[in-house]
Design a protein around this ligand. Structure first.
Ligand code: NAG
Ligand code: NAG
Length: 323
């Protein structure tokens, strides 16, 4: 009995290098958090299958699927009805409460989950996001509803009603899509009545929050995926921070796309996009196909490159503890 004991004793105290090796945990993969899109639920079969495929790609990775309600039906409903500012706050508490995420994580947002995760980064980011990948997000909102077929009167009426009612107090506190509806024809009303998108985009001149930019700049990479044949997101360039020109822009005919690098929020660096871009850490990429058509060729190369990295927990911490 004595010999193994002394042998062990000797090994442990032989050098701090060895003790560091003994105490250092195995390489740990950076966890992934996903936020599903409208009409989906956190535990929908498609989401669970996606998580499984990520785990096949990165064995051992911890994946968390964000929920607003634990009951699936209620979670789906919360994608349509609710106050987005409150939802983002709820999610910040949820993520802060998960031990596996405490050293940070990568995040993937599907459709509206993309701009909601960006709101999390800008407003909380505790624990911090490393890479944020958004698929078909509405970063500059939606300016219209998907086009109606020529003689579809019901569709036309519904669109008109939505456009007229979108900036009422009730819609802005209760209808999720209204809280990222950015009507190029009514920008002053949008800026005044909408309390979500103009806030996270720092678009209101006398209400710019510098923390939003410093938090977004703390990302390692921001990857913005646009779907080439997207007809759900109008305009689809919103996924890349593009929007229609404002109605009062005399130089731009209606429906001209103002690309990200010409947007005031970019040129004035209001949320840190220009910093990320200058650093080479803002990646604009396209997937073929319609909105959220996540073919393997679309998401797998991105998941390979931007998720599943090894977290290097500080070894010096362990050496110091042993010494
Ligand atoms: C935090 O986690 C505990 C245990 O999992 C849970 O009971 C509690 O409701 C969570 N709190 C929040 C704010 O998510
Ligand atoms: C700016 O945002 C941070 C992070 O969400 C928040 O703590 C702070 O209160 C905000 N500042 C103002 C003036 O609203």
């Amino acid at each position: 009995m004595g010999i193994p004991f002394f042998a062990t004793y000797a090994l442990l105290f032989a050098s701090s290098v060895w003790s560091a090796a003994v105490h250092t945990p195995l390489p740990q993969l950076r966890p992934l958090v996903i936020w599903h899109g409208m009409g989906d639920t956190y535990d929908a079969p498609g989401i669970l299958e996606f998580i499984q495929e990520v785990q096949d790609m990165h064995p051992g990775i911890f994946v968390h699927s964000i929920y607003l309600q634990e009951a699936s039906d209620e979670d789906r409903k919360a994608g349509y009805f609710g106050n987005v500012n409150e939802q983002v706050e709820f999610v910040a508490k949820q993520l802060n409460n998960i031990t596996e995420l405490q050293h940070g994580f990568d995040a993937m947002g599907f459709s509206q989950g993309g701009q909601f995760l960006r709101a999390y980064v800008e407003r909380s980011n505790s624990p911090p996001v490393n890479n944020l990948i958004t698929f078909g997000a509405q970063h500059m909102g939606v300016s219209d509803l998907p086009a109606c077929k020529p003689y579809d009167i019901t569709c036309q009426l519904a669109r008109r009603a939505t456009r007229n009612g979108v900036y009422t107090e009730w819609a802005q506190a209760n209808v999720v899509q209204a809280q990222y509806y950015r009507d190029a024809d009514q920008l002053p009303r949008y800026l005044e009545r909408n309390h979500f998108l103009p806030s996270i985009n720092n678009e209101v001149d006398d209400d710019v929050n510098a923390t939003y930019a410093s938090n977004l700049e703390a990302l390692n990479k921001l990857v913005l995926v646009m779907f080439a044949k997207d007809t759900m997101v109008v305009p689809k360039e919103s996924s890349w921070f593009g929007s229609y020109a404002p109605a009062d822009d005399a130089l731009a005919p209606a429906k001209t796309i103002i690309p990200m690098r010409l947007q005031p929020l970019y040129t004035q660096n209001r949320i840190g996009l220009r910093t990320l871009d200058d650093r080479g850490d803002l990646i604009l990429t396209t997937c073929d196909g319609a909105h959220m058509q996540l073919s393997d060729g679309c998401w797998k190369p991105l998941a390979q490159e931007y998720t599943g990295g090894v977290i290097h927990l500080s070894q010096s911490k362990y050496v110091l503890q042993v010494q």
